[in-house]
Design a protein around this ligand. Structure first.
Ligand code: F6P
Length: 537
């Protein structure tokens, strides 16, 4: 089938699904649960509460095939140029491949330099942890301040929150925002003599990161003098700029321009986590992601987790015109996962033109939002259950807790299971009326209350389950969504690896800044000019 025909089929399947009951599909499709349950790399995925029939699912797999997923995937893993607007490969998979491989970037074997970089990270991380590498006055390092933003922040921050010991031996703190409040809170209680400052920036030009790096270096220097630079580490794909900033050469950890910022966790960008969690944990994280890479590369499309998850999202987004999606991890340790996905999905696929510069005729990235469950239940779940818009949900649950009270964890699990069920089955007006009648409600109040207490149901969700939250399962989870985003990008025909949309705001901020701080005046619309006048110092 041509891609255009496969899209027409998806549109028509989506239109038919609008008026169909998901619960009803379990009655009419004997093996629905079996065919729509998947597993790989320690993750289970249930897509049976999605609105598609098994025939729709087969058609959607056909769309993926017709869109050329297999060839695109081969180009991705071969290290060919897939980021066409910047002329780069996107070989983040090579960063997590087992040592001694032969991973290519544009025909060049990059494995030796990756392996060497990883060994350098190991030596450094273990040196800090063991006390072999110490601060300027000989004190042990007790804290790491990680400075970076976007892809240089969200992945490490998520990993730390997900895996950190309850009482860590090394206190890892993060600063992303140029808002000085974040740095002030991050520095509170830290001692320069026992703190490493790790500045992470792929380009080493990002305004927020450089401003925070300068402030943190001043904080080090105020107390340690010229020896302060011993506490300054840089992680970047632009080592020259890090050196020009004053980072000692042996404290610069480089990575490569073929590693996209939001895919960079697996490189030296993960150094702070490797120090604070231990290098072994970092290696397990890489291994989990590599297991998902192997699955993505080899599993047939209709059993392939990144592919089928992308298709479920596309079925809702395009077939059923649902532009938003909620991601709810029922694990406090994964509360940053929605924020991580916002960058991964919306920066990668929030595009309105194709990789050939042609306007897309279908919607691309969904608006992703979410929070940890059960907290979200007491905030935005009202709208998920009874709002005018249907918002599909991705639930993430962990079977066994990492710490704490097993009984409380059972309550958490009961809630996530119940929420997925409630969204699908709803509660009819008839059932609500019956209950109110039994309680003696008047006919008048029945007419007013029953509709308000009715749940339409038929609201889709997917359910991702891991046995335990470990470095491996976390690595697999992140890699699953990375590849899902890639699959969507191929099907939508866009380049998932650039982000031109973040440039204009940065450029205009550079124009506005001197207007706030000096006597400069540039032409603006009346609203913008008024704000500048108001906020000029
Ligand atoms: O937000 C735009 C962006 O370019 C992201 O893609 C990137 O992850 C982030 O800024 C930080 O960039 P850098 O690592 O170069 O400081």
């Amino acid at each position: 089938m041509s891609v255009a025909d496969a899209w027409t089929q998806l549109d028509s399947d989506g239109a038919k699904a609008q008026g169909r009951s998901i619960s009803g599909l379990f009655l009419s499709e004997a093996d629905r649960l079996g065919r729509l349950s998947f597993s790989a790399a320690g993750l289970g995925l249930d897509l049976s509460k999605q609105p598609w029939s098994l025939a729709d699912f087969d058609h959607a797999v056909g769309l993926a095939r017709d869109a050329g997923i297999e060839a695109a995937r081969a180009r991705l893993f071969a290290g060919d140029i897939v980021n066409t607007s910047e002329g780069r490969a996107a070989q983040h998979m090579a960063l997590r491949a087992a040592a001694g491989g032969r991973n290519q970037v544009q025909g060049r074997d990059v494995s030796p330099e990756i392996d060497a970089g990883r060994e350098r990270m190991r030596t450094f991380a273990e040196g800090v942890r063991s006390g072999r590498i110490r601060g300027a006055d000989g004190r042990n390092i007790k804290a790491v301040l990680h400075i970076g933003i976007g892809g240089s922040d969200l992945g490490p921050r998520l990993v730390w929150e997900a895996l950190r010991p309850v009482e860590p031996g090394i206190d890892l703190r993060f600063v992303a925002n140029v808002d000085p409040s974040e740095l002030a809170f991050a520095l509170a209680g830290l001692e320069p003599a026992s703190t490493l400052v790790v500045v992470v920036s792929k380009t080493f030009t990002t305004q927020e990161t450089l401003a925070n790096a300068q402030s943190a270096r001043a904080w080090l220097r105020d107390s340690l003098g010229p020896a302060a630079d011993l506490h300054l580490i840089a992680v970047t794909a632009a080592p020259d700029r890090a050196l020009a900033f004053g980072t000692p050469q042996e404290q610069v950890f480089a990575f490569w321009d073929w590693v996209g910022g939001r895919y960079s966790l697996w490189s030296a960008v993960g150094l702070s986590c490797a120090i604070a969690l231990g290098f072994e944990a970092f290696e397990h994280l890489l291994a989990g992601a590599a297991a998902m890479d192997a699955h993505f590369q080899s599993a047939p499309l209709d059993r392939n987790l990144p592919v089928v998850l992308a298709l479920a999202h596309i079925f809702n987004r395009n077939g059923m015109q649902r532009p938003a999606r909620a991601v709810i991890p029922y694990a406090q340790r994964l509360r940053l996962f929605p924020a991580f996905l916002q960058q991964l999905e919306m920066e990668s696929n929030g595009k309105r033109v194709s990789a050939l510069g042609i306007s897309l005729i279908r919607g691309s990235a969904t608006t992703v939002f979410g929070d940890a469950g059960t907290n979200g239940q007491h905030a935005f779940f009202q709208a998920l259950h009874q709002g005018t818009d249907v918002v599909p949900v991705d639930f993430v649950a962990v079977a066994h807790p990492r710490e704490g009270d097993g009984v409380a964890h059972q309550k958490l699990l009961a809630n996530v299971i119940a929420q997925a069920e409630a969204l699908m089955i709803g509660r009819t007006e008839g059932a609500v009326r019956q209950e109110l009648e039994a309680r003696g409600a008047s006919e008048e109040s029945l007419n007013v209350l029953a509709p308000q207490r009715t749940f339409p149901g038929n609201r889709p969700s997917s359910f991702l389950l891991m046995d335990r939250l470990t470095p491996e399962s976390l690595g697999a989870l992140i890699a699953l969504f990375e590849h899902k985003v890639f699959v969507e990008g191929v099907i939508w025909g866009l380049n998932s690896f650039d982000q031109w949309g973040v440039e204009l705001g940065k450029t205009l901020a550079a124009v506005v800044l001197p207007e706030l701080t000096g006597a400069v005046s540039n032409p603006h619309d009346p609203s913008t000019a008024a704000l500048i006048r108001q906020l000029r110092s």
